[in-house]
Design a protein around this ligand. Structure first.
Ligand SMILES: [Zn+2]
Length: 162
């Protein structure tokens, strides 16, 4: 293991995708038949746009709760923002499939766009940076993303020697 070890998410050709999108990014089967899946929910075009930390943080606080309403039997384990601030990784117990995840992401983002009232968990006991939030920003980004239209994005890998 060294710096040449390939990391799956770095194998995606980030210049060949079209955001916003949902992409199946990983599928892991456990010894007892359970399946864990990972999705790349890309909200803005990599290396073209990024979401500022305050609206991204507010989307994070709202997204998981709204996604859980639309995932059927699959259990959302985690929804975490990417360090590049262009989207989220979603980790689930179970496999909802790309089409269901697309519908769930659309519905959840529409709910973020329409969210009124307090931001869940936005207080110092429940959040590590509770002042760094923007509900107007989160609503505006979610509205723009829903209007643009999410697609299912296949993985386009870089060539092995890239
Ligand atoms: Zn927080």
């Amino acid at each position: 293991m060294g710096p040449r070890t390939r990391v799956a998410s770095f194998d995606l050709d980030h210049t060949a995708v079209r955001a916003p999108y949902v992409r199946a990014a990983g599928r892991y089967a456990g010894p007892h038949g359970d399946v864990v899946t990972k999705f790349d929910l890309r909200l803005v075009q990599p290396n073209v746009q990024e979401i500022a930390t305050a609206p991204l943080h507010t989307i994070e606080h709202l997204l998981a709760g709204y996604l859980r309403d639309h995932l059927g039997d699959a259990v959302l384990v985690d929804a975490s923002p990417m360090g590049c601030r262009t989207g989220f990784y979603l980790t689930l117990l179970g496999d909802p499939g790309e089409e269901r995840m697309l519908r769930a992401a659309n519905a959840a983002l529409a709910a973020v766009r329409d969210h009124e009232g307090p931001i869940p968990g936005c207080e110092p006991r429940r959040c590590g940076n509770w002042r760094d939030h923007s509900l107007p920003g989160a609503r505006a980004w979610a509205g723009e993303i829903v209007a643009r239209g999410l697609i299912v994005q296949p993985t386009i890998e870089l060539p092995p020697d890239a």
